[in-house]
Design a protein around this ligand. Structure first.
Ligand code: GLV
Length: 317
């Protein structure tokens, strides 16, 4: 049996599955391992089932024991892993695409609705019994006829586009390349970021965090948005420059934000907390039993498949 370090707790059924296939080292207390501890615990292990909370940078990867042959990340995103450093050490990196598309797109839509319809203010007023119905009370932005800009039209972006269309939104998108007609499904492609942002009444950030997308939403690019735009992020905090976005909220260039992900999670820039127009969630994108089970199963299968025949369909490096 291959010895596998599983860095975070999984749902019970997934841990049961892992213990049937591997000699698995579990994290009973679900503690956040330091890089030093992770290196130490991986001693004698053939692989690591990692989570997005593990920072597997070059320094950490270079110190992993030679026995480690695979890093199976329990996430679709793998910005927490230095792919090049892993490749140099002949360590395969895998992720868990597809299985979390629907759950994450649901949260993407929730962020749009929560920010546009002033949900944080509504919850606060309802909880404090501090409201009365009136014709102009908590007027928000309706989605019907509003232009939605999808930054990164991958699986999650396309699912958000599909739901948004049914809500009457007009979908625009920016990607490195234009999609085929069936994938585009009527959405309008912008090769140019400025042209894309200038029509994004509501922006939905759905792209992966890479060197190219770090701080892509910043002081300069926020200016391209229409006055009073709504900015939402269901992807990764690293894509947004928080100080610049908070500053844009302060001067009402941005009407509201809907965020599920943050730079330096679980901490978030306190500037957001001062804004009633900030609809913020604690990284819930894939948080449903069905999806978390499917993700863990896939992360386990990726390791199993790799050791069985050397192939791995979800290899990313
Ligand atoms: C969640 O954020 C993921 O990347 O799977």
């Amino acid at each position: 049996m291959k010895k596998i370090l599983i860095t975070r707790r999984l749902l019970r059924s997934s841990e049961d599955k892992a213990s049937k296939i591997f000699d698995a080292k579990f994290n009973i207390n679900d503690e956040l391992y330091s890089q030093e501890k992770l290196i130490k615990l991986s001693d004698g292990c053939d692989g690591i089932l990692s989570a997005l909370t593990d920072k597997l940078d070059a320094e950490t990867i270079n110190k992993l024991p030679n026995s480690v042959k695979i890093l199976s990340n329990f996430a679709v995103g793998f910005g927490n892993i230095d792919l090049e450093a892993a490749k140099k050490r002949n360590i395969i990196v895998t992720n868990t695409p597809e299985v979390l598309t629907d759950a994450t797109a649901e949260i993407g839509i929730l962020l749009i609705l929560g920010a546009c319809r002033r949900v944080p203010e509504g919850i606060e007023a309802a909880q404090n019994s501090n409201w009365k119905w009136s014709a102009d009370y908590l007027i928000g932005k309706q989605l019907t006829g509003t232009r939605l800009g999808i930054l990164g039209m991958g699986r999650i972006g396309r699912k958000i586009a599909h739901i948004a269309k049914s809500l009457g939104m007009i979908v625009h998108y920016h990607n490195r390349s234009k999609l085929s007609d069936d994938k585009e499904n009527g959405a309008i492609y912008h090769k140019d970021l400025k042209s894309f942002l200038s029509v994004s009444d509501v922006l939905s950030v759905c792209c992966p965090a890479t060197k190219e997308t770090t701080d892509l939403i910043n002081k300069e690019t926020l200016e391209y948005l229409p006055q009073g735009a709504v900015v939402t992020n269901v992807a990764r905090g690293d894509i947004v420059n928080d100080d610049d976005l908070i500053e844009a909220l302060n001067r009402r260039k941005v009407y509201a934000v809907g965020l599920d992900v943050y730079k330096g999670e679980p901490n978030l820039n306190p500037g957001y907390l001062k804004h009633k127009s900030a609809f913020i969630l604690p990284h819930l994108g894939s948080a449903s039993k069905h999806t978390r089970t499917a993700m863990a199963d896939l992360a386990i299968d990726n390791i199993d498949e790799f050791f069985k025949d050397g192939s791995c369909k979800n290899k990313v490096n």
